[in-house]
Design a protein around this ligand. Structure first.
Ligand code: NIG
Length: 405
């Protein structure tokens, strides 16, 4: 198993519970795991050495919310939106039509290209969803293709009721045959609980059925207006509720109530429902930014994710999300970096893992965790907000392998 020693790191941010910032540190990656972290003067020998040149080292980004299995684009819809038209979920149908047309080879090639683009930007752990298939064969095909590329796959048959379908009958399909067919490929299930998508009752049926099938739960909630999504996610013990743009006091209380068994200081205990904020989507749809500051202050753990998709957020740049969270959402740099790494891992329940069998923790730098590391082209992560839009990803290792740039 080959090893690499990374030295001359200006600041090493562990982003674990202790949130250590180590100066003069080095780390050793061995195979797919982090084998050693400590003072550079005491570093063990390794097969190769990499001089970080006085740059900052962070965990790779954990992007816990994307929709990357798609064909086509929606430039015209975006232009109309920038001219004043409101976002409506109906645009999903445009992508469904284009994606159904694409064969396996093309869809896989597109997905691989997007995953590689994300990795070059520092993303080392990636979730993606179905949801542009919306019939049994297509959802199963998208789930299968996604499972060959992404680290985690989410079943989102409940993204939109297809044109002409009866909403109750379609919900039955999502909870029945479609679920059975996607089940071998997915770990999570999600539902778009929103006016114009799935009602509270339909969402409940989806969440019950998917939980009974052994899937972990996530919810798209409160994106376009106040609604039951956030409270439903808390009630069902979902790992994450995503978007959270329009939250009321009762929503914040419900989310905060799920974190009673969690000890933020030690990073131990049972995590509650993470609020996943999607700032690139909020800007692209001209929605109010998710209230990350308010949620953190209420004791809710948050994640930042790209929501890369052709309709509402055609970017996989986690650095952009971090920048926006600091400049526009009131987070400190440390809070934003944590939300984009450890927070995403929490939202995918991969903040802990075993130092064996490949199921290692991600989102923080500690011995035994997955060797997912990025070097910024800057001495500290503050530069992500201080120098917005600059290409600050210098080098990335995913599972111990350097990502080609
Ligand atoms: O997370 N909100 C629903 N789903 C996507 C949008 C998908 C689309 O418009 O194509 C989202 O923003």
């Amino acid at each position: 198993m080959s090893s690499i020693l990374i030295t001359n790191i200006a600041e090493l941010h562990t982003v674990d519970a202790e949130a250590r910032v180590l100066r003069g540190a080095a780390l050793v990656l061995e195979g797919e795991r982090i084998a050693w972290i400590g003072d550079a003067a005491a570093a063990p020998a390794a097969d190769t050495a990499h001089d970080a040149g006085g740059r900052a080292a962070l965990p790779g980004w954990v992007d816990s919310h994307t929709h990357l299995v798609f064909a086509g684009d929606r430039t015209a819809e975006f232009e109309a939106r920038m001219a004043g038209q409101a976002y409506a979920a109906g645009g999903i149908a445009t992508t469904v039509a284009a994606t159904r047309e694409a064969g396996d080879y093309d869809l896989t090639r597109l997905l691989l290209g997007r995953a590689a683009e994300a990795a070059r930007g520092g993303t080392t752990y990636l979730e993606t969803k179905t949801g542009y298939g919306l019939d049994v064969e297509e959802e199963a095909r998208h789930a299968r293709i996604a499972s060959t590329v992404a680290d985690e796959v989410t079943y989102l048959g409940a993204h939109l009721v297809p044109a002409g379908a009866d909403p109750e009958e379609y919900t039955d399909l999502v909870c029945g045959e479609m679920l059975e067919r996607v089940r071998p490929y997915v770990k999570w299930a999600d539902v778009f609980c929103e006016r114009g998508a799935f009602t509270e009752e339909q969402s409940r049926r989806v969440l019950h059925a998917c939980r009974a099938a052994g899937l972990g739960l996530r919810v798209h909630g409160n994106q376009l207006g106040p609604g039951p999504g956030v409270r439903l996610a808390a009630e069902f013990g979902a790992a994450s509720v995503d978007h959270v743009n329009y939250v009321e006091d009762a929503d914040v209380e419900a989310l905060a109530g799920t974190w009673g068994g969690w000890d933020a200081a030690s990073g131990g205990g049972t995590p509650g429902t993470v609020a996943t904020c999607l700032p690139a989507c909020d800007l692209s749809t001209r929605q109010p930014l998710a209230p990350g500051r308010l949620l953190l202050d209420a004791g809710v753990e948050i994640a930042l994710a790209s929501n890369c998709n052709p309709g509402t957020s055609y970017t996989s740049s986690m650095a952009f999300c971090v920048t926006t969270a600091v400049l526009q959402m009131g987070l400190s740099v440390a809070e934003a970096v944590r939300a984009a790494t450890f927070g995403g891992a929490l939202a995918l329940r991969r903040h802990v893992g075993e130092d064996a069998d490949g199921k290692r923790a991600v989102g923080s730098l500690a011995v035994g965790h997955r060797a997912d590391v990025q070097l910024l082209n800057a001495p500290s992560p503050t530069h992500l907000a201080y120098r917005p839009g600059m290409p600050l990803t210098h080098a990335v290792w995913r599972k111990g392998v350097a990502v080609s740039r």
